[in-house]
Design a protein around this ligand. Structure first.
Ligand code: SF4
Length: 112
């Protein structure tokens, strides 16, 4: 098994949330589905590609959407959660609001 396949994704996303001052999605089933998506991408691609975006299957072309993606900080600041709603701001989480669909910040020319 490669080094990347040994990553504990659940622990990884919790550590990212703690380090960034974010909160994980508070719906346990939805959170589990996102973690499963990340685990599947890790196994298939060898990197933690965003679970709700299409992939080039190329880490260089997908580098902006390796979780946590480069868009997460701005999305969380503006909308209270990232594009997939994996990570929430503390304020959004406290509000008990439901994450909603938000605009895709990734530029179209980077889409597969
Ligand atoms: S949108 Fe959220 S889940 Fe997707 S890569 Fe960005 S931070 Fe990760």
């Amino acid at each position: 098994m490669s080094e990347t396949q040994r990553i504990d994704v659940s622990r990884f996303v919790r550590n990212v949330a703690t380090k960034k001052g974010w909160v994980l999605n508070q719906d346990p089933d939805f959170l589990a589905s996102l973690i499963e998506g990340l685990e599947a991408n890790l196994l298939r691609l060898g990197y933690l590609q965003c679970p709700c975006r299409l992939s080039w299957d190329d880490p260089k072309k997908d580098k902006d959407i390796i979780c946590p993606c480069i868009y997460a900080g701005e999305d969380i600041a503006q909308y209270g959660h990232c594009f997939c709603s994996l990570y929430l701001s503390e304020e959004f989480a406290r509000s008990a609001a439901e994450p909603a669909s938000i605009p895709e910040r990734r530029p179209e020319h980077l889409f597969p």
